[in-house]
Ligand binder design. Structure first.
Ligand SMILES: C[S@@+](CC[C@H](N)C(=O)[O-])C[C@H]1O[C@@H](n2cnc3c(N)ncnc32)[C@H](O)[C@@H]1O
Length: 249
């Protein structure tokens, strides 16, 4: 299986060095979404919980998890070695609690984790790089690693079903970036340059966000029958639920 463009894009030094700065500019809601994930997970703060972060990138969400649960351990998976190197640097103080894995989501070995061994599988801004079928297969595999009652939570991009609504959301996205951008950034001079930059970026990164109803439907097909939308603002959402809750009683 060849390396997908969505991974190659994140292995390029020029994208990686500016990654977190650009995420704050283009996706300031990432902080809110991480906070929602931490708030929803019903684990005591001192519990020795086991996590998996799918598409950990530079370790933004992994870091939040490790801070929230000081006895947690986490497997941080990403296809881009350059992103994982930044995550290693960011998480150096918690190195003993993190296992880094460089791997393609579409070919994760079943033996990556012991069956039923994890308390939570989390992900941020990563699964929209997959096709619907690839996402469903990945969720199904991740669920095999969750204990009964463990949680799957995904903070990610979506798109509106109605083209007029999507167009308005995209206009709000562009105006938000123009309000936040640092002076003189040539990528974001006005609506036209910003739109052109975003279109090129999405093509390069192979972004393919789905309408939220489709994301929920495929999570349920994958076996997460509890899947719900927990939080949403325009084109960003946190979805998921507990797995196989009946088996835990
Ligand atoms: C937008 S970044 C999100 C990183 C991080 N979770 C965050 O919130 O900042 C998407 C990440 O998904 C990874 N990715 C995309 N497609 C992948 C695939 N097929 N297998 C593994 N990782 C993939 C990329 O390498 C990248 O690090």
């Amino acid at each position: 299986m060849s390396v997908p463009d969505s991974v190659c894009a994140y292995d390029a030094p020029e994208s990686v060095s500016a990654y977190d700065r650009d995420m704050d500019l283009m996706h300031p809601l990432r902080h809110k979404m991480a906070a929602v994930i931490l708030e929803v997970l019903p684990f005591p703060r001192e519990a020795p919980v086991g996590f998996l972060d799918l598409g950990a990138g530079t370790g933004f969400l992994t870091d939040r998890v490790l801070q929230a649960w000081p006895n947690a351990t986490i497997i941080a998976i990403d296809g881009a070695a350059a992103m994982v190197e930044l995550a290693r640097a960011r998480l150096a103080d918690s190195a003993s609690r993190v296992r880094f894995v460089v791997a393609d989501f579409r070919a994760l070995p079943a033996g990556l984790c012991a069956p039923g061994s994890l308390d939570a599988v989390v992900s941020a801004y990563a699964l929209h790089h997959l096709t619907g079928g690839e996402k469903r297969d990945l969720i199904a595999r991740a669920l095999t690693w969750l204990r009964p009652g463990g949680w799957f939570l995904n903070a990610d991009l979506t798109r509106a079903m109605d083209p007029a609504v999507e167009q308005r959301i995209q206009q709000l996205r562009v105006s938000g970036i123009l309000q936040r951008k640092p002076a003189g950034d040539p990528r974001f001079l006005d609506d036209i340059t910003t739109r052109a930059f975003l279109d090129e970026l999405e093509l390069r990164d192979q972004d393919r966000p789905l309408p939220l109803s489709e994301d929920i439907a495929l999570a349920r097909e994958a076996g997460l029958v509890s899947a719900e939308v927990l939080w949403k603002e325009y084109r960003e959402a946190v979805c998921g639920g507990p797995f196989n809750t009946h088996a835990s009683h």
